[in-house]
Design a protein around this ligand. Structure first.
Ligand code: NAD
Ligand code: UDP
Length: 312
């Protein structure tokens, strides 16, 4: 019998790639989304597939599906989107996760939650290991997401401890790839759109802050391996350990798009982390996972996708 899998946030950037992967593995996939930042366009190619079902639903409402596994990705991920309605973001992180845990408890399903490197805040330990508790401002504009995801992890580990719900916790670091929305506001999509349109490249701060960028297909492989692993209620970093400054990223995008766009410096948003790089020893050792796509290769695929959708 095929595995029955629920993917919340399945019409989003990562969720849609995950749906593709699971359908390709002959799973029966229910994709649940309220289209807050996701879109039907991301999964339209799956709609005629008998293994795939799209349901419009808000995870803040309790629901029940007879499934074996739940990948819980529903939550806005970009700072501009999660800060638009911070109360709703906290609700989605906490109540949405509680609802999915109750569902898993009821139908005896396994739950993977999409947590984030934001749980480390502006880290004082570098690179970030899962054992690091983080440095998060609980009152700042990013707190709705950072603390929301920290609470989601706490809720999930409590359900594992108290009710033996099988839980997997993925701490996802900055991931990019095809299907990111143009107005997503995250750095890779902004820089590609600006370069292709010949608009100024908006660098926040002096551009010396760092991030480590993982290509979407690599990340999805990590999520599936984590779900299949024995890593019970232990967080697992998933990301690419190659660290770049934001200015280096801008220059790389300009070069690969052949753009004449110029850099334009803007104020750094409040609480913007200074540096970020995952220590992926646990993922390597327990999941046998490490990313294989270089930034250059991943950007080439992402730029090609953006060119096609932007018609430039
Ligand atoms: P995304 O915004 O493209 O996808 C999120 C999806 O969740 C969207 O389709 C949105 O419509 C849906 N959604 C939001 N609130 C919902 C609700 N209340 N009910 C139902 N659906 C809802 O973002 P993404 O990059 O694909 O991120 C997916 C998950 O991965 C998120 O949980 C995010 O926190 C996590 N994550 C992503 C990254 C990254 O770099 N992409 C990094 C860390 C963590
Ligand atoms: N950033 C930037 N220009 C942009 C968008 C983002 O310089 O147009 C910076 C942002 O300030 C941060 C980094 O790029 O330092 C990554 O931002 P993103 O929103 O993609 O992810 P996060 O801050 O959540 O890691």
């Amino acid at each position: 019998m095929p595995k029955r899998v629920l993917v919340t946030g399945g019409a989003g950037f990562l969720g849609s790639h995950l749906c593709d992967r699971l359908v390709a593995e002959h799973c029966e996939v229910i994709c649940l989304d309220n289209f807050f930042t996701g879109s039907r366009a991301n999964v339209v190619h799956l709609l005629d597939n008998p293994l795939f079902e799209l349901v419009r639903w808000d995870v803040n409402q309790p629901t029940i599906f007879e499934v074996d596994e739940v990948y819980h990705l529903a939550c806005p991920a970009s700072p501009i989107h999660y800060q638009r309605n911070p109360v709703r973001t906290i609700r989605t992180c906490v109540i949405g996760t509680l609802n999915m845990l109750e569902l898993c408890r009821e139908v005896h399903a396994k739950l993977l939650i999409a947590s984030t490197s934001e749980v480390y805040g502006d880290p004082e330990v570098h690179p970030q290991l899962e054992s690091y508790w983080g440095n998060v401002n609980p009152l700042g504009p990013r707190a709705c997401y950072d603390e929301g995801k920290r609470c989601a992890e706490s809720v999930a580990s409590s359900f594992a401890r108290q009710y033996s719900v099988p839980v997997r916790i993925a701490r996802i670091f900055n991931t990019y790839g095809p299907r990111m929305s143009f107005d997503d506001g995250r750095v890779v999509s902004n820089f590609i759109v600006q370069s292709l349109r010949g608009e100024p490249i908006t660098i926040y701060g002096d551009g010396q802050q760092t991030r480590s960028f993982c290509f979407a297909f690599d990340l999805i492989d990590g999520l599936v391996r984590l779900m299949d692993s024995e890593l019970e209620a232990e967080p697992c970093n998933l990301g690419n350990p190659t660290e770049r400054t934001i200015q280096e990223l801008a220059e790389q995008v300009i070069e690969q798009t052949g753009s004449k766009a110029k850099l334009e410096f803007h104020p750094l948003p409040t609480d913007d982390p200074t540096r970020r790089r995952p220590d992926i020893t646990r993922a390597r050792e327990v999941l046998g996972w490490s990313p294989s796509v270089t930034l250059e290769e991943g950007l080439a695929q992402t730029i090609a996708d953006f060119r096609e959708r932007l018609h430039v």
